[in-house]
Write a protein that binds this ligand. Structure first.
Ligand code: IMP
Ligand code: MG
Length: 337
């Protein structure tokens, strides 16, 4: 495994939380480290009928022996950090970098009251944009200045690189999706920084030569919250008819939806230098696939759907989600290793 990065291939909400929690369960990484923007991300994890909605800490908390880290590039909201740490009972194994920038009440109210971010862009209103802006002008507070976080401080880049030097496994969680990248997305309807695999490396202080695998996650259909163009967008009525209608984890907003977009998938594969893909929610598009345990037991329409994606993007689809539970995954990594 070495260092494995998980990134989103569309507009966020591809099911990265599920993929990361599955890999954490299965591979028992020494470290699961959170990269990405900050608390604007909402990752849903379902373990033994309990649904966790996580925004700040690594969703890899489900692997009980893994060390959990938050990289210096990630924005930290101390209230949300403390709340999630106690809800998931990870006080003794979580650490964050002193250099994480801190989201304040002012950032949040600015994000929510500005007509530009709140109305035009459709921001999540979690303060991430204003916080990153303040970081860019070098006025933001960093974690080092917050006493309540002190007991969690650690040198995240050093821990991650040392674990790899010692032959350990490190799982790296990206957030959002490729087309919400500040550089590569549908500007201005994007988030407040780059979130592709290269940015993920920089968020945690890992050089690109040390990465062993990049898994790009696609959902079997495309969704988007907030503003910005969505090719072949369905009406809400049609989305409901197909069972594709979703509500956002963080904001409770309706997600817009569209069929799988192969053009975007190819570009996301390129932009992330992805070596493998994961497809989630195959059972939503092909209900007969719910809970299926192996690739050759999928219906022919569903397996053709996967094979066509593989042909177009040029990398194997190694993980296929067939239900909400962490273990409802067809894992084909052995076939391709
Ligand atoms: P912000 O990052 O909160 O400023 O939001 C900017 C845009 O990115 C808006 O369209 C949000 O809906 C979208 N966005 C940010 N984070 C996520 C996410 O984790 N999932 C889906 N959309 C997101
Ligand atoms: Mg989400």
């Amino acid at each position: 495994m070495g260092a494995t990065i998980v990134v989103g291939g569309f507009f966020g909400d591809e099911g990265k939380g599920k993929i990361v929690s599955y890999l954490s369960f299965k591979d028992k990484p020494n470290i699961v480290v959170r990269a990405g923007v900050g608390t604007n991300a909402g990752h849903t994890v379902v373990v033994k009928d309990i649904t966790y909605k996580i925004r700040q800490i690594p969703t890899g908390f489900v692997s009980e022996d893994s060390r959990l880290l938050i990289g210096p590039g990630v924005l930290v909201d101390p209230d949300i950090f403390h709340k999630e740490v106690s809800e998931t009972d990870v006080e003794n194994r979580i650490g964050l970098d002193e250099q994480c920038a801190i989201i304040t009440k002012e950032h949040i109210s600015l994000d929510q009251s500005s007509p530009h971010t709140a109305k035009k862009i459709g921001s999540t209103g979690t303060g991430c944009g204003p916080c990153n802006a303040e970081r860019a002008i070098r006025k933001v507070k960093i974690a080092k200045e917050i006493p309540s976080l002190k007991e969690y401080f650690t040198d995240v880049p050093l821990e991650v690189n040392t674990a790899l030097d010692q032959g350990g496994k490190v799982l790296i969680e990206g957030t959002q999706g490729t087309f919400l990248s500040l550089y590569h997305g549908t500007y201005p309807f994007v988030t407040s920084k780059d979130i592709t695999a290269a940015a993920v490396c920089s968020d945690i202080g890992l050089g690109p030569t040390r990465v062993n695998a990049v898994i790009v996650v696609f959902k079997a259909f495309v969704t988007r919250v907030g503003s910005g163009y969505l090719e072949n967008e369905l009406s809400e009525e049609e989305a409901k008819k197909r069972g594709w209608f979703e509500v956002a984890t963080v904001t409770g907003r309706k997600r817009r939806s569209a069929p799988f977009n192969i053009k975007l998938a190819k570009r996301a594969t390129m932009l992330n230098g992805a070596t493998q893909a994961a497809i989630t929610k195959l059972d939503i598009v092909f209900p007969e696939c719910k809970g299926v345990k192996s690739f050759n037991k999928l219906s022919s329409t569903a397996s053709d759907f996967i094979k066509n994606i593989e042909k177009e993007i040029g990398i194997p689809v190694t993980l296929i989600g067939v239900g909400p539970e962490v273990e409802e995954i067809i894992d084909r990594r052995r076939e391709f290793s």
